[in-house]
Design a protein around this ligand. Structure first.
Ligand SMILES: [Fe+2]
Ligand SMILES: [Fe+2]
Length: 273
């Protein structure tokens, strides 16, 4: 059984909070906001998938992990909805259209795809967030971010890290198969990444400050290049490792620093279980 704590948080996001959550970094900020907008559709889909999986998972410890996994994901998207609603006040009229499309995709996956497919998709996301959490904590990804947004993402990433083995183990328990995990997992990563990219581009284009405050097209290209360098160096190797047949999230240790951070968010929580 994994050490998974469900924390009920009560983050406060001030009215009028700037969607450029990292000052001076609109591209990175809108990427982060795009991810946050994805989660209230993706995470309920993961919970629906786990609910189906529970019918066939016989191992009592794995069943307990699965319940904690779903409880954490349930908390995550509720906090992200609150953040997203504040961002929405800035006025991005096409967001509803993007979100409706995503909602339809995830409903279709739940209704028409096999449990095996949905679990492989889930593990594609979980493998990515585990790699992403390690990258973010290692490189100080939240440094300079608006404190409320920084807490939201750090808390979320810590909990993603805590439940990093669950989707992998449920997939292995229910069906297994490395090539299928690779195939559907990478499709899932592409599916999510494409949506986030489209939303982030749309929001960036809508922000009138791009031409004035943020220096126009050339400055934007330079910032994107600067953003890619640490990703190539620190994120890519972690992500590539998840594509290997030998990959298992059980090999990834929770460092002392991450444990301290987890304790910090447990103290900040309204309730833990
Ligand atoms: Fe989550
Ligand atoms: Fe997760």
């Amino acid at each position: 059984m994994q050490d998974i704590t469900v924390r009920q948080m009560d983050f406060q996001f001030p009215d009028g909070m700037d969607p450029v959550v990292i000052p001076g970094e609109p591209e990175q900020s809108y990427g982060i906001v795009g991810l946050s907008l994805l989660l209230p559709y993706l995470e309920p889909y993961l919970i629906r998938t786990m609910k189906e999986a529970k019918k066939v998972v016989t191992d009592p410890e794995l069943r307990a992990d699965l319940e904690k996994f779903s409880a954490q994901e349930g908390q995550h998207y509720q906090q992200h909805i609150r953040f997203n609603n504040v961002i929405r006040e800035w006025g991005f009229p096409r967001l509803e259209e993007f979100e409706n499309e995503l909602d339809a995709d995830y409903r279709r996956f739940s209704e028409t795809k096999s449990l095996r497919w949905n679990l492989a998709y889930a593990e594609g996301f979980e493998a990515f967030t585990t790699a992403g959490a390690r990258f973010s904590f290692e490189t100080g990804g939240n440094d300079g971010m608006h404190p409320a947004a920084a807490d939201l993402f750090a808390w979320h990433l810590i909990e993603e890290f805590e439940h990093r083995t669950v989707a992998f183990d449920v997939y292995a328990h229910v069906c297994g198969s490395y090539p299928y995990r690779l195939l559907v997992g990478t499709y899932g990563q592409w599916h999510m990444g494409r949506w986030i990219g489209r939303v982030a581009r749309y929001m960036t284009q809508q922000d009138e400050r791009m031409e004035t405050e943020y220096g126009g097209v050339e400055a934007s290209k330079a910032r994107r290049r600067a953003q890619l360098a640490p990703m190539r160096k620190h994120l890519l190797p972690k992500l590539l490792r998840t594509y290997l047949p030998s990959y298992t999230p059980h090999d990834i240790e929770m460092t002392r620093e991450l444990k301290l951070m987890a304790k910090h968010y447990s103290r900040m929580a309204v309730r833990t279980s």
